[in-house]
Design a protein around this ligand. Structure first.
Ligand code: HEM
Length: 669
């Protein structure tokens, strides 16, 4: 057993502790450690020990009875003054007082500032990567960003970030399973430093705190003397709890995404599913590996194992989060995994107070890393010695070499102003504005495979310095939808090709919706089916007076299934209007579209392109970063109604059937 546990501290064990956790799990529901404590690895046992009424977190009373010298260690003193190291009845007041810093409301108010900070740290990382060809994501982002965010949340001076990181990291040694004397001594030194820092921070008239500092406000308004007496300890533990954990999630999360390009690609393609994807990363990484509890009285662990009052149990949540009885293929990262609550943020009365904040950081950072960089690991990942945390430190990365560029199949890109006439899509560049024109007037700009591919190419090769993209069309109509004839033929002759084309349509609409530049659609004539989807996936929509909007599918006996078009329609005009458009199939004219929120302005038909370009040029003059962050923030807002992209598979068969029926009836559009 000693050898097995020791292996956890070796570089191999730190890199992959699950081989050991699996072995421990195979030994039974609870395993006795050489130092007399029990260790539990199953999901059920972890859940019981962390949230059952017969268990207590290790507190001052337990320490005094068994380790009377604990009071000599400031780090342990902070811990047992704080919510994290306290049991009822004292715990509730301490937890309540900390809650104000990280309530969902406070986090929502600070979101723009936090999102901005994520970008700022990625810019710094980018600069080093450009200059040196390689950069340590762990040191430059994972280590520092969580502290920068904590400084915003608490209102601490930003120049203190390096000192706070240093102190906090050394102090967190006290949470480890069996910290060495050297690591305890390091924590003790850091504890003294913290005491001096805290005194200076709160000394009246508090010159070190920014004017609107939440901590300053808290110090002015918190009246409970029991809470005030331990304010410094509480703040210290809050920082420790928020730093080490979030660092591991951000750094190790990126490691896992780089190791699994298929999962990274999935995340890129499914921005709408980022919350579930982050929960899976939290489960997979489990920044807190284990937590410790003691039995309040003589009791039993699941499996009938007797435990005496006061005896210690280590709940290995990292193992519980990889328990095959709780998760299918638990050692596979699967960002599309059906939701099931994991234990990474704990469970029960000590459930993580900072979870909304950590989630915000992660849901902002991961997609942004994937959007901005194509990275690979440039060397081994470095982990700390700690067993209690994942302890991810250095993550050396470099840009992945690009395969030789291939020209877009159908998009003709003209760099300096004049557009080429080839292909179903023509692209014209005017400074920071790109004008994309659908040029298949003969086919009423139907979105066939060639047009979708060309549009997709435009988006994947979009230069970074393009601020806005105008989408317009030649001919009588903007776009009358997908090419149903092409789809119907495929549905009959080539099921794979058919499925592939349906997916391509959704992918292009998704890419258009998540385009980093602002998109402006100039809409005239008929705007129908997938064409309507392109319109509603655009950020801004200008309608010509002759524009008519329509979702004609049910009129021609085609069922409407979960799709980007449906998702966007519900988000933009609400489910009532969407229902009316889908079920009646009637055309909505420009004025009605304006009233229903489908477009934001209506202009004379001959001016629609010029008006869209005017808006795009206005956007191009704005601060690029402010626009980008705002667009991202908007994309995060939930819309009402269920996720319409769920259950796509169930819809594909009826659609194919309907299309085949069209062919057999010779039912041309
Ligand atoms: C990915 C990031 C994070 C993870 C995985 C995580 C995990 C956890 C876990 C497992 C617990 C329960 C400990 C126990 O039951 O003994 C906990 C508690 C706590 N966490 Fe987090 N945490 C994270 C981020 C944060 C952040 C950003 C903050 C603060 C801003 C924070 C503040 C706290 C506090 C104050 C507690 C103690 C709550 C109590 O005892 O009532 N955490 N966290």
């Amino acid at each position: 057993m000693t050898t097995l546990i020791r292996h956890l501290s070796t570089p191999e064990g730190r890199a992959d502790p699950h081989a050991v956790y699996d072995e421990l799990r195979a030994m039974g529901p609870a395993v006795r450690m050489p130092w007399g404590a029990w260790m539990v690895t199953s999901h059920d046992a972890n859940h019981e020990v962390l949230s059952g009424s017969g268990w207590r977190t290790v507190d001052a009373a337990w320490r005094t009875a068994r380790q009377p010298t604990w009071v000599r260690h400031p780090g342990l003193k902070f811990l047992h003054d704080s919510a994290l190291g306290t049991n009822p009845p004292g715990h509730a007041a301490l937890r309540r007082s900390l809650g104000s810093f990280v309530s969902p409301r406070s986090v929502a108010d600070l979101t723009p500032q936090i999102v901005q900070t994520v970008h700022e740290y990625l810019d710094r990382f980018d600069a080093v990567l450009r200059a040196d060809g390689e950069a340590d994501f762990g040191a430059l982002v994972g280590d520092r960003l969580p502290m920068a965010v904590l400084c915003i949340v608490l209102g601490l001076p930003r120049e203190d970030i390096p000192l706070l990181c240093e102190m906090s990291r050394m102090l967190s040694n006290v949470h480890d399973l069996a910290p060495s004397k050297a690591r305890m001594a390091q924590a003790d030194r850091a504890g003294k430093l913290w005491n001096a820092y805290w005194e200076q921070l709160v000394a009246q008239p508090r010159p070190r705190l920014p004017e609107d500092s939440p901590l300053g406000e808290w110090l002015d308004t918190e009246t409970d003397p029991a809470v005030r007496a331990v304010a410094g300890s509480q703040l210290n533990v809050m920082i420790e709890a928020g730093l080490e954990t979030t660092t591991s999630l951000l750094s190790d999360g990126v490691v896992q995404l780089l190791r699994r390009p298929d999962q990274a690609a999935w995340m890129r393609e499914h921005p709408e599913a980022v919350h579930g994807a982050v929960e899976e990363l939290v489960r997979f990484v489990s920044p807190v590996q284990l937590m410790t509890r003691y039995a309040a009285q003589d009791t039993e662990l699941p499996g009938g194992i007797p435990v005496e009052a006061g005896q210690i149990v280590h709940a290995v949540v990292a193992a519980a989060n990889h328990d095959p009885d709780a998760y299918d293929s638990p050692h596979d990262l699967n960002l599309a995994r059906p939701p099931r609550r994991n234990l990474a943020f704990g469970v029960g009365m000590h459930y993580c107070l900072g979870a909304p904040l950590a989630r915000l950081e992660a849901t902002t950072l991961f997609p942004e890393v994937l959007r901005r960089f194509d990275l690979e690991l440039a060397g081994p990942v470095g982990y700390d010695e700690t067993l209690a945390f994942r302890g991810t430190r250095s993550v050396p990365v470099r840009r992945r070499p690009r395969p030789a560029a291939t020209a877009g199949a159908g998009a003709a890109v003209a760099a300096g102003g004049s557009a080429s006439a080839a292909g179903p899509v023509v692209v014209d560049r005017e400074d920071a504005v790109l004008v994309v024109t659908l040029t298949r007037p003969d086919g009423d700009n139907r979105l066939d495979r060639a047009t979708l591919t060309a549009l997709g190419d435009v988006l994947t090769t979009l230069p970074d310095d393009v601020a806005a993209v105008v989408l317009r069309a030649e001919g009588r109509h903007f776009c009358i939808g997908g090419d149903l004839d092409e789809l119907a033929e495929l549905a009959t002759d080539d099921p794979d090709g058919y499925r592939n084309l349906v997916e391509l349509g959704d992918e292009v609409l998704r890419a258009w919706r998540t385009c980093p530049a602002v998109t402006v659609a100039a809409l005239h004539g008929n705007v129908a089916g997938t064409g309507l989807g392109l319109a509603v996936a655009s950020d801004l929509r200008v309608a010509a007076e002759d524009a008519r909007f329509r979702a004609p599918e049910t009129v021609v006996s085609i069922p409407v299934g979960p799709s980007e078009v449906l998702d966007r329609l519900v988000a933009e005009i609400g489910s009532g209007w969407t229902r009316a458009m889908l079920l009646l199939g009637d055309a909505v004219n420009a004025q009605e579209a304006l009233e229903g929120g489908l477009v934001q302005s209506v202009v004379p038909t001959e001016k629609v392109g010029a008006e869209a370009k005017r808006l795009a040029r206005r956007i191009a003059r704005r601060d690029r970063e402010a626009i980008r962050v705002t667009k991202q923030t908007m994309a995060r807002l939930p819309h009402d109604g269920p996720d319409p992209t769920e259950g796509t598979d169930a819809w594909e068969a009826p659609l194919a059937q309907a299309l085949r029926r069209r062919i057999s009836l010779g039912n041309a559009r």
